[in-house]
Structure formats: structure tokens, C-alpha cells
Design a protein around this ligand. Structure first.
Ligand code: ADP
Ligand code: MG
Length: 697
């Protein structure tokens, strides 16, 4: 319990009603929460702009102007009721509008007084317009000098009279009520990095006296967040590495050698060979392997998994391959059983729809050791699935699995099996370092030979005919086509409608071709049936939502049309595009959008047309969107509750923080030295201790 753990309703100027609103809108409950609701940007309020000057600007930032109201009138009725003022500063006029608290505001302004307005003007119907600005009397001191923080707010809060200034005032209230906020980092770390004290940093972040001071405050606060996050992860990683033993697989034997020399369907790429060597070396050390295999879509991760499974079998152990969907699991099963049949490896498939009889047989073969490789969906981690000696686990497209599920896999064996996590979603380095700690990473950075990069084009609704012709050309050559629609839960009904209309349109446009149809809300059996039609070339066109995103392999599909492409994230587009270009033929990805799209959106889509490099796209995605979505899918088990640091743009501070973490843990692994007590208590303050994630990669 710290002095900041006080309910904000007790803060002067808040009270129960506003407290409730802050709570609901921004999740602010305590003094601490309020203090850590930082401005996201700052405006230099010592600068006053003239109206003449802003008229000439093509893009107008948040600015302040000084002048007086020429007129102030309440206009309109009901919902359209508004207060309109004409404001002049001698160089020109600007219209100022309020839609809320109309009467109260009307009564508070005087026409013959000088005011300072602060806000972001826009052009509306050719007129310069300022909606809901902050208003100060010129005489007000302190409020309009220097750097001012702009606090993130919601529309509801704005409509209820909250402004950036309100939050500033409330934060100042907390700082006054709790002077000398206690330090949260140890003195050795503060000294080594010449950090500002927490108290100074919190004061400066809300009310900076200079840009330099702001800079130092931001550094201190970002450093702290990244430091504790990594301290937490490194503690786990180190503990795990020191306590867990792993199986030793010293041998390369009959199965691997026979397959490698006689059954390989094609020559391995250099990258595939290198990765297999890395994995082999890991599995021979006696340390439990936790390896992330990143390889762009189509880079041939499956074959790597297969060869490594053979190493486990050669050493007398079983292997298990887990995939996120039935389609994918059965596709893997098809590949494995076909390739491994000649050398007598026993492979079975276990999914939710496996019949009881077959399931019983699998259970028996698993426990008596007759089954070498089990492939399946979530079904394989159910409690009643027991192995004789599970030595190697592959988790494909890992971002679809939660940490808890992976943890269950570990429990299937006394000594945890070696784990290979495969993903086609490239994870930028800073993120990997932070989220995965010391997970080893292998990269397949080379596509099998003969692949032609997918040609990607941006097309508009007005080009529809041309696009249909292109599709027709591919179909006539016996190729298959994906047509993908977005499905976003916010408005599922509408999305489903557009999907259904799209499906009808496709059927009408290509009446001589067979069209399959899948979306996420279908029953799995129906979905699998429809997907099966496309996979087996009993359908030429697949109209789908993003259910096809992960892993399906139909080399004969050469064209992918993505409708409303602007509604997809870059990484998602990249994943989708990876479904084509899997055979030797030239493939195409057509991104369809309305003609009018925002500049940012166009930039995003143009990046897709200019590169097929998954890492470049992931980095750009991280820069443009922030890491939020990626973190969400990482499910690292450690909540990344970052207020100010950004994994996307604070790579350098991440690195510095990591070096500090290593220095601390190298010298004091248990954090038992007196000067580090503060770190221990901060860790327990910051992270929920009830969940033990220590067993997880
Ligand atoms: P991903 O890495 O996306 O899982 P897959 O393992 O599904 O990729 O491989 C994609 C396609 O490339 C498959 O059809 C596979 O048979 C083929 N492939 C894999 N490795 C090679 C290789 N070395 N040479 C040629 N084709 C390969
Ligand atoms: Mg795959």
C-alpha cells in the first residue's frame, strides 16, 4: 500500500461522479493511476499564432490565438443546438463552436475581454473553424506559458466538461497532496544511468520547465517500465535454465539417415539445412530446447519440423505436432504420413472430430510407444492424452496458442520435451527480446528455389471489370483463386452481408466455375468440408473470410483478391498473400479498396505492393500501429502494461534496460542484497504473482 493508493474520489475537485467517469472512461481509480496518465504530446504555449498566419497553413497543428469575441450566439434546436462565436485577433476572424454546455459557456464569456483560445482549427465549408477550444483569460497566469501536456481523453469525457487542462489540474492536485513520491528503483541503477528521481520525473512529465527536463523525465519513466518488464522475464528465464534438465538426443540414426538419403522430396535450401543443424545442436546439449523458428510463409518450415521429429524418434522418443486448426493439422498429417510411410514411421492424427474408436487406439499406441508421431489440434493437450516418452514438440503458427496451452504440453513429460515453436509472423527484434527473454531464435531467410515473388497490385472498385478479367484468365488456365473478405466483429452482420453479396457476385460473374465458401461462424464440419473442396481442387474459387489466413497449402492457387484491403493490418495482409505463390507459377495478389482512402492507408497498402519481405513489413507494421496488436497475440504471460515506453520506438532504451537487468542479475541472482529489496517489492507490486509462468517459453 503506497501513499498513492488512494481512491481519486477523495482528490480535491473530483468527487464520486467525476471519479466514476474517470474510472469508466480511462480506467483511472487511484491517485497513482491519475499520475501515470501521462500527456501523449506537448505544445509550446509560449507561442501565439495569428489567424492570418494559420490561414496559410496546409496542415494546422494545435495552436493558440489571442483576441476577443466579436459575436456570441446560440443557434439551432435540439441536437443541433450550438454556441457560435466569431473570434478576432486583428489579423482575421475564426468561427468558434461549442455543442455542449451551450448556455453555461454563453454566460461565462464577455465580448470585450481578451481571451486565449487553444485548440486545433480546421477548415469547414471553406471557413476557418475551431470546435471546443480551451479558453483562458489573458490575465490567467501560469496556465499559458511554456510546454503544456496534451492528455488523452475520450469523447464522453470531453462532452462532460473534461479538458486536457482538467487532467493537468488534477495531476497537479495529486502532486501537491503527495509531496516527495518515494523512489522505485535502486540507488545503484539510478546512479549508473544518471536517472532523474521518480518524484522529479513525475513532476516534470506533467509540468515540464524545459524541453531538456521533459526529455530526462521521459527517459527515466520509460527506462523504469522496460527495466521491470525485462527483469521479470529474465528472472524466469534464468530460473528455468538453471533448474530444468532436457533430454539428450546424441544420435542421428536410421530414420533420419534413410529419409534424408532416400525420401527427401526436394533438395533442402541452405537455410533449412542451417536451421536443422541449430536445432540438432540444441537437442544434444542436455539443456531443454526452447526455440522459435521464424520463416516467411512458404519457406518450408514443415519439412524442418519433420526432420527434427525423426531425430527424436531415432533417439527412442515420441514427437507431437500441434496446429491451430483442423485443416492445418490434417494437411500436416497428409504431408507427414505420405513422406514417412516408406520408412515405416507410425503417424496418427488426433482432432476434435476423431472418432472414439480411433481415439482409443491412438491413446493405447501413445502409451505403449507404438506411435511415433502424433499430429493434431488442441485435442492433443487434453488431459487424457498421455505419452510413453514425449521428447519433441512442435507448435505451428504459435501466435494462435495461448501460454496456458503451451504449459500443458510441458506437463506431458517428467522432463520437459524440446519445444520448437514455428511462426510465419516475423517478430521484430526488440519485441522478441522483451517478450521472449532468452528463447533462441532460428530464421529461415530463404525461399525454395524457383519461387517467383507474388506480384501485388492496388486496385479500386472502379477497376472491377479489369480485375474480373484477370481472375478469368487464371481460371481458364486451370488455376485456383482466393477471394477474401474482412470480417470484423464490431459489425458482424454487415460483414456477413457483404460476404454473402460478394459470394453471389462471384457466382454470377463466373458461372462456369465451382465456388466454395467459408467464414468463421460456420460449424467446423461445414467449414472443413468447404475448405476441403478447394484443397482438393473440387472448387476453383474460394470465397472466404480470414479463416484461411493460417497455413493452408494449395500450390495451384495463383491469385488472391483481398476485398476492402484497407481494413486489414499489414501483417495480416502478408499472411494472406502467403497463400499464393506456393508453386512454380507467377502468382498475383490484388488489394481492392474504395477509391477514396486515407493517406496513411494508401501508404500501408503501397508498402505491400513494393515488398514481399515479411520482416520489413513487420517492422513497418510495428512503427505504424504500435505493438499493441502484436503483443496481444504474443500472449507472453507477462502483461505488458506500458504507460509510456513503446516497444516499437524505444529499442535503444530497451537495450540499455536489458544491460542493466543483466548486470543486476549477474551479481545478485536472487535479488537478496539490501539495495535490491526495492526491486523485489516493485516486482510484486507490478506483476500479478498468482500465476506461475516460469515453465513457459
Ligand atoms: P511454411 O513455412 O509456410 O509452413 P511449408 O512448409 O508449407 O511452408 O512449405 C511450402 C511449400 O514449399 C510446400 O509445398 C513444400 O512442399 C515446399 N517446400 C518446402 N521446402 C522446399 C524445398 N527445399 N524445395 C522446394 N520446395 C520446398
Ligand atoms: Mg506452415
Amino acid at each position: 500500500m503506497s501513499r498513492l493508493d488512494v481512491d481519486i474520489k477523495y482528490l480535491k475537485g473530483v468527487g464520486p461522479k467525476r471519479a466514476d467517469m474517470l474510472n469508466k472512461q480511462l480506467g483511472i481509480r487511484t491517485f497513482h493511476d491519475l499520475l501515470y496518465h501521462f500527456p501523449t504530446r506537448y505544445v509550446d504555449r509560449s507561442v501565439i499564432h495569428t489567424i492570418a498566419e494559420i490561414r496559410g497553413m496546409s496542415e494546422i497543428p494545435t495552436i493558440q490565438i489571442k483576441g476577443h469575441f466579436v459575436t456570441l450566439n446560440i443557434q439551432g434546436e435540439g441536437a443541433r443546438r450550438r454556441l457560435t462565436g466569431l473570434f478576432s485577433d486583428g489579423t482575421g476572424t475564426i468561427e468558434v463552436v461549442w455543442f455542449k454546455r451551450v448556455k453555461a459557456l454563453r454566460d461565462s464569456f464577455l465580448t470585450n475581454t481578451t481571451y486565449i483560445l487553444f485548440g486545433k482549427p480546421t477548415f469547414f465549408n471553406g471557413r476557418l473553424n475551431l470546435v471546443h477550444p480551451e479558453v483562458d483569460k489573458e490575465s490567467a497566469t501560469g496556465a499559458i506559458k511554456g510546454l503544456h501536456g496534451i492528455y488523452p481523453l475520450t469523447e464522453t469525457l470531453r462532452n462532460n466538461g473534461f479538458s486536457s487542462k482538467t487532467l493537468f489540474t488534477l495531476a497537479q492536485g495529486v502532486l501537491a497532496a503527495v509531496p516527495n513520491i518515494g523512489e522505485t528503483l535502486s540507488s545503484d541503477i539510478i546512479a549508473r544511468n544518471r536517472l532523474m528521481s521518480l518524484n522529479d520525473a513525475l513532476n516534470a512529465i506533467h509540468n515540464p520547465q524545459s524541453p531538456e527536463e521533459l526529455q530526462r523525465a521521459r527517459f527515466r519513466l520509460k527506462f523504469e517500465e522496460l527495466f521491470y518488464l525485462q527483469l521479470k522475464i529474465q528472472q524466469y528465464t534464468r530460473r528455468r535454465n538453471s533448474t530444468t534438465k532436457g533430454f539428450v538426443f546424441p544420435r542421428i540414426g536410421h530414420f533420419f539417415n534413410t529419409f534424408y538419403s532416400q525420401c527427401l522430396p526436394f533438395q533442402l535450401t541452405g537455410a533449412q539445412k542451417r536451421v536443422i543443424r541449430e536445432i540438432r545442436a540444441d537437442m544434444a546439449t542436455g539443456k531443454q530446447m526452447n526455440r522459435l523458428l521464424q520463416g516467411d510463409v512458404g519457406s518450408g518450415k514443415t519439412l524442418v519440423a519433420l526432420l527434427c521429429a525423426l531425430i527424436a524418434i531415432d533417439n527412442g522418443y515420441q514427437a507431437c505436432i500441434m496446429a491451430p486448426t483442423e485443416i492445418l493439422a490434417s494437411q500436416h498429417f497428409g504431408t507427414f504420413s505420405e513422406l514417412l510411410a516408406p520408412i515405416g514411421v507410425n503417424v496418427k492424427l488426433l482432432t476434435g472430430s476423431t472418432r472414439k474408436k480411433e481415439r482409443d487406439a491412438i491413446h493405447e499406441q501413445l502409451t505403449n510407444g507404438a506411435l511415433h508421431i502424433l499430429i493434431g489440434t488442441h485435442a492433443v493437450i487434453e488431459d487424457n492424452v498421455e505419452f510413453k516418452n514425449l521428447g519433441f514438440v512442435v507448435i505451428d503458427e504459435q501466435h494462435r496458442f495461448g501460454v496456458a496451452q503451451r504449459a500443458k504440453m510441458w506437463k506431458k513429460s517428467e522432463i520437459p520435451p524440446h519445444v520448437l515453436v514455428m511462426t510465419a509472423t516475423p517478430i521484430p527484434r526488440t519485441l522478441a527480446m522483451t517478450v521472449y527473454g532468452d528463447l533462441s531464435v532460428s530464421v529461415i531467410d530463404e525461399l525454395p528455389p524457383g519461387r517467383k515473388p507474388v506480384v501485388t497490385q492496388l486496385r479500386y472498385d472502379t477497376n472491377r471489370y479489369e480485375v474480373d478479367c484477370a481472375i478469368g484468365r487464371e481460371l481458364r488456365q486451370g488455376r485456383q483463386v482466393y477471394i477474401v473478405f474482412p470480417l470484423i466483429t464490431e459489425n458482424e452482420k454487415l460483414d456477413l452481408q457483404s460476404l454473402e453479396e460478394g459470394y453471389e457476385r462471384v457466382c454470377n460473374t463466373f458461372p462456369h466455375y465451382r465456388v466454395a465458401y467459408v467464414h468463421g461462424r460456420m460449424k467446423p464440419a461445414v467449414k472443413d468440408y468447404q475448405m476441403g473442396l478447394f484443397v482438393n481442387h473440387e472448387a476453383d474459387i474460394l470465397v472466404a473470410t480470414t479463416v484461411i489466413e493460417v497455413g493452408v497449402n494449395v500450390p495451384n492457387a495463383t491469385t488472391m483478391v483481398i476485398e476492402n484491403a484497407e481494413r486489414f493490418g499489414l501483417s495480416q495482409l502478408h499472411q494472406l498473400r502467403g497463400r499464393v505463390g506456393r508453386g512454380g507459377d507467377q502468382s498475383y495478389c490484388i488489394l481492392m479498396t474504395k477509391h477514396q482512402i486515407a493517406r496513411d492507408t494508401r501508404r500501408r497498402l503501397e508498402l505491400m505492393t513494393s515488398t514481399t519481405d515479411g520482416f520489413e513489413i513487420a517492422e513497418a507494421d510495428l512503427q505504424m500501429r504500435g505493438p499493441g496488436d502484436i503483443e496481444g497475440t504474443m500472449q507472453s504471460g507477462v502483461a505488458l502494461n506500458l504507460h509510456i515506453a513503446s516497444l516499437a520506438s524505444d529499442g535503444q532504451i530497451t537495450q540499455i534496460a536489458r544491460e542493466n537487468v543483466d548486470a543486476v542479475l549477474d551479481n545478485d541472482p536472487d535479488l537478496s542484497r539490501p539495495e535490491h529489496h526495492i526491486l523485489v517489492s516493485q516486482l510484486s507490486e507490478l506483476f500479478d504473482q498468482s500465476v506461475d509462468w516460469s515453465n513457459i517459453s
